[in-house]
Design a protein around this ligand. Structure first.
Ligand code: NAP
Length: 283
């Protein structure tokens, strides 16, 4: 069975429309601030998609655009402005930043309460301490949203996460632990990875290695979430995941496809974060 992220995103969108309506009735107009430096095609395309997703549910977008060669001081000024602007509930800062800018200093200035993609240390601390401070990275949280939508039980299950990056592997491991999974995190130095994957009930694959795991790793009854987004290694157009979905899907209980899986939920999740941030101010 394919665990369609598009279906999850569609369900989230329905809920978001209702939440925005309720917020607007209280006089709160949920707004996402997008800070972009330069005109990188990837950033422009993500911005276009994010704006469309926001507008579809009634969330407004405020754009802060700086030239690519703007100094760090200008970037910090804009982040401070977005922090202080009460009409902006959440902020998305496009990274990587141009080379003259200091990523750590920029991230540290953003308020965790407005950190829509979990890039600040405050948001990371929130995940580890369970205090609810900040927001988890959208992609990591999307894994949980897909599992929840398809009612995949995590409590008491053996979960294996392939990858330990700050943006996906580590936060998703903590979120799965919070749901009472027994979590094993694998990385490039892990021995007998296939054996660990085969023993798991749920597998989250986030290595960034196109089509690198296939039927040799999986068994019946497992749920697999493929986070990878890679160029197809055979030269064909389009993207593919880390898992060879075609050969794994007939074996396992469920697997999220690429595209149409985690990526679709990630985009919707960003908008959910803006609405959640706006709800906090409404309180
Ligand atoms: P990353 O920073 O490169 O981290 C990759 C992780 O995988 C590292 O921890 C690395 O181990 C581990 N790894 C790499 N090769 C391995 C191997 N052969 N065996 C075991 N572990 C291995 O990548 P990332 O930023 O986490 O992204 C992972 C994937 O998710 C990418 O394809 C990326 O494009 C995709 N992604 C998707 C979305 C979405 O919305 N769907 C969003 C963001 C990223 P070490 O730590 O030992 O090096």
């Amino acid at each position: 069975m394919l665990l369609s992220g598009k279906d999850v995103a569609a369900a989230m969108q329905e809920q978001m429309k209702k939440d925005v309506e309720a917020l607007k009735a209280k006089g709160v107009n949920p707004t996402l601030g997008i800070i972009r430096m330069g005109e990188k095609p990837g950033d422009l395309s993500y911005e276009k998609g994010a704006t469309k997703n926001c507008n579809e549910v009634g969330v407004a977008v405020k754009n802060y655009v700086l030239p690519e060669d703007a100094p760090q001081s200008e970037l910090l000024k804009v982040i401070k402005q977005a922090n202080e602007d009460k009409s902006v509930h959440g902020v998305l800062l496009f990274r990587p930043l141009p080379k003259q800018c200091d990523d750590n200093e920029a991230r540290s200035l953003l308020l965790p309460a407005k950190d829509m993609d979990g890039i600040t240390d405050g948001s990371m601390a929130g995940i580890y301490s369970d205090t609810g401070a900040g927001f988890p990275p959208c992609t990591a949280e999307s894994v949980i949203k897909i599992l929840d939508h398809y009612k995949v039980e995590i409590a008491g299950k053996d979960v294996v996460v392939l990858g330990r990056s700050t943006v996906i592997g580590k936060p998703v491991s903590m979120l799965l632990l919070k749901k009472n999974g027994t979590v094993t995190v694998c990385h490039s130095k892990t021995k007998d990875m296939a054996k660990k994957v085969q023993a798991a009930d749920v597998v989250v694959v986030a290595m960034g290695r196109a089509w690198s795991v296939g039927k040799e790793c999986f068994k019946a009854g497992q749920y697999v979430i493929d986070v990878g987004v890679n160029a197809k290694p055979n030269g064909e157009k389009g993207t593919c995941g880390d898992v060879r979905t075609e050969e794994v899907e007939p074996i396992v209980a469920g697997i999220s496809p690429v595209p149409g899986g985690v990526g679709s939920v990630t985009s919707a999740n960003l908008v959910t974060h803006v609405i959640d941030a706006a709800k906090k101010t409404a309180k």
